[in-house]
Every structure is written in C-alpha cells, then in structure tokens.
Ligand binder design. Structure first.
Ligand code: ZN
Length: 453
C-alpha cells in the first residue's frame, strides 16, 4: 500500500477472533480468526485475516501486544437497531396487554404519556429505558417520546450521556377525542416541533438526532400532517409514525380521510413517505401500498411482540421483502412487552412459523435472515446504513461482544461449537448476561460508566 493510502486517524483498538455480520448478499457472514481495527474516530479501519497481523501492525502503527483476543465461545456481532420503541411507555412495560389498539391507547397509553410533562418522572423512566436497551444490545434506537418538548429533549440528552445512537421524536397529535387533555392545537404542535428540532440540533450531539413524529393518522388532522411533511422536507429530517397495525384503525383512517386511496396514500399525500421514513407495523398494507413504500424509499418496522400482544395482526415479512421494501425490527414497547431486541428476533421467527402453520407452503424466515433484519436491516430502515449495520471498513464500530458461555448466563455449552451454532444459540437462548461489552462508535457504553456531568 502506498504511503498516501495510509489512514489519517490513529488506531485505538484492535480485536482478534470471530466476527459475525450480514451483508447485502449474505445473511450471515462469519469471519474467523479475523483482525478488526477501530480508529480514534470510532470507525472500522480494517477487517483482515489474523495471519496479516505483522503487516497490519506496521501499516497502521499499533503493537501486536495491544491486540485484544476473544475467547473460544466469544464473537463480535453488529449492535442491534430497534427501529420502533416508545420510551415513555417503558414505564408500564409488561402490563396492560388485554385490549386491542384503539381501546389500549385510550385506557393505558394516553393517561400515562400525559404524566411526562413532569420532568422528574420523565428523567426516571428515560434513564432506565436507555440503560435497559443499551445493556440488551440496542446500540441504535428510534424513539417515540410524548407531546412534551422539554421531556423529549431530556430523552435526547440521556441517550447522548449514555452513548446510545438515537433518533428521538417529540410526538405530534392535534386530535384526541378520548383523552381530551392529552393533545395539542395544530399551532402548538407545529411550533413545538420546530422548537424541539432546533434545540436538539443545537446541542450538537454526535449520535442523537430529531425525527418528525406524527403519532399516526387518526391522531392528526390533515393540516397538521401537511405541516409536518413540510418541516421534515425543509430540514432533511427522518420521519416516523404507525401504519396499518389493526383492522379497526385501518377502518377509522378510511373514515377520517375519505379522499385518500389508501392508508399509505394519506401519508404520501402529505409528503410523509420519504427515503428517511420508518413506519411501524404495516400488517394490512396492500401490495400496491408496498409498491408505494418501495418507490418512495420508505421502510417498515416489524414489531411482532406488539402485533401478537395486542392481537393486532401478522405481518407477512416475506411478502414485504419480496416487494423490496426496507425492513427492520422493533420492540414497540409497551405494546410489545419486552425492550430486548433478542425478544424481537424470537417473536419474528415465531410469527413467521405461525404463518407457516396456516400455510405449509409459506417461505418461513430463518434465523440468519432475522439476524440481518435486527442489524443491517434496521440500519437500512433508518437510512443509517452508510454509518452502521455491519463491519464494513469506514462504518462506525457499533458492536456487541457476545460470550455464549458467559458465567451465570442462560446457555449451557458442552463442546466446542462452530460460530454459526453459537450465534443461533445466542439469538434463541441468550440475554444481557451474554452481552459482555457494548460499543457505539468505538466507545464502550456497557457495562456502564455512569455519565459524569
Ligand atoms: Zn408504536
């Protein structure tokens, strides 16, 4: 390599061992006895064969004695991307799963979210949800907060302090007949969204960005949706919302927006389907609506725990993939009761198997594909795949150091097993005790060093 090709940033860490990740072509690519170097900017500087240690150490200027060697049952995988999680609803996660969506929102969700005007309460819940998700391997989260701007800004600050990569959305809703005190006027919603975006961007957090967040079409007037579409466009921002989660909701949208051809068309009409849009659920989208997603570059977040827990529906993931729509996984706390992306992986596999029970010819998802959805797929769904999602040189090092045989963890390993088997066991049986270290942009963020400020 010519000297002009030498990297500019110095190497801060080099790891040697097994690396497992996904590429566009291969759902599970295994690199054994590989060397991965992380530079001082937190980016992956090289991924090479172990035999090349001497050449790499002289090329990149590090000492072979500084290399961190993984043990036999350890591997690195990319950090997981939760493409849809309500940080505020974490306060009642694991409860309130006994009614369908619209009734559930009115009975549990809106009254709880209203309490986030209290910053002390918000601080408690948001600190816990960031810590819990990071500890469980969510290196990137796409969060819904509530309608409260200051509490939403606080969520951004907490994610930044703990080093989690996050998109944070202040929820917008100017329509709520059931819980009348939990809504905004259209003017408040528009002005507070602008304030939220300006103040969050002004903090210059390197990994935390705002996302324009209409709750979902039934909570917003067309006029507000139009304004939010314009705000996102003018500021080149991400957009998140919900679509086609539940039959009753789909019917309601038809009634509220009689001029629109379909649910997807409602958002499309207001410029809310872009290549930076992620919509949760999509269980009842028609093939034509999926085509619209592909054409606009909008993505879906598959939230199987929530879809089952609220008896909402079953997303035909294979059909979505066949339509070449970008797709990631989401926990959808607290409609989904678990904040762990490992749970989302398992429920996605279970759901696909239920579809196979109903139709034995169904092309069931395999664990390799679901692994890709939880990592690279999520990064694509959030249009962050130029920065994260796998171990490509130049991307940020967002990674989990997994020890399948970690002491006290729930997996019993009896013999030396090949990496793919270790991955399968971890995805099906592992938990946070197996995730011995979590890295975001090269920085170790778990186990925790409490923020110092
Ligand atoms: Zn949701």
């Amino acid at each position: 390599m010519a000297s002009s090709d030498r990297p500019t940033a110095a190497i801060s860490h080099v790891y040697r061992g097994t690396f497992i990740h996904s590429t566009q072509e291969t759902a599970v690519q295994i690199l054994e006895n590989a060397l991965l170097g992380v530079d001082t900017d937190g980016k992956i500087a090289f991924v090479e064969k172990g035999e090349d240690l001497d050449r790499l150490s002289s090329m990149f200027g590090f000492s072979p004695s500084e290399v961190t060697q993984l043990t036999q049952h350890e591997f690195f995988m990319p950090g997981m991307v939760d493409t849809h999680i309500h940080a505020s609803q974490y306060s009642y996660a694991g409860t309130a799963l006994d009614m369908p969506l619209l009734k559930w929102l009115n009975t549990y969700t809106f009254p709880v979210e209203y309490h986030f005007k209290d910053l002390e309460f918000a601080n408690k819940v948001y600190t816990q949800v960031v810590k819990r998700t990071l500890r469980n391997g969510t290196t990137t989260a796409c969060y819904f907060a509530t309608i409260h701007t200051d509490a939403s800004l606080l969520l951004g600050q907490i994610a930044n302090d703990f080093g989690q990569r996050a998109l944070v959305g202040k929820v917008c809703m100017d329509r709520n007949n059931a819980v009348k005190h939990y809504k905004e006027t259209i003017q408040e919603s528009q002005e507070e969204t602008c304030r939220f975006i300006a103040e969050l961007l002004n903090k210059k957090y390197p990994l935390v960005k705002p996302v324009v967040t209409p709750r979902f079409a039934p909570s917003c007037t067309g006029a507000l949706l139009g304004q939010l579409g314009a705000i996102a466009k003018n500021n080149h921002l991400h957009i998140q919302s919900h679509i086609s989660e539940n039959v009753e909701e789909v019917k309601l949208v038809k009634e509220l927006f009689p001029d629109s051809e379909s649910y997807a068309d409602v958002y499309h009409k207001y410029n809310l389907l872009t290549d930076k849009t992620v919509m949760a659920h999509g269980c009842y989208l028609s093939d034509k609506e999926l085509d619209l997603f592909r054409e606009t570059g909008a993505s879906l977040s598959h939230c199987p725990n929530s879809n089952i827990s609220l008896c909402s529906g079953m997303l035909d993931v294979r059909n979505v993939l066949n339509h070449k729509v970008k797709l990631g996984l989401g926990t959808d706390v607290a409609g989904g009761y678990s904040a762990s992306m490992l749970d989302a992986v398992r429920r996605a596999l279970d759901s696909s198997k239920v579809l196979t029970i109903q139709n034995p010819d169904y092309d069931t998802l395999n664990f390799e594909e679901v692994f890709r959805l939880a990592t690279l797929g999520g990064s694509q769904a959030l249009s962050l795949d130029d920065q994260i999602g796998n171990f490509e040189v130049g991307k940020d090092f967002d990674a989990l150091r997994v020890n399948v045989a970690a002491p006290g963890a729930p997996i019993d390993v009896f013999q030396c097993e090949e990496p793919k088997i270790l991955l399968e066991r971890f995805l099906n049986l592992g938990d946070d005790r197996n995730i011995v270290e979590v890295f975001v942009a090269g920085r170790k963020v778990a186990p925790f060093t409490e923020p110092t400020e």
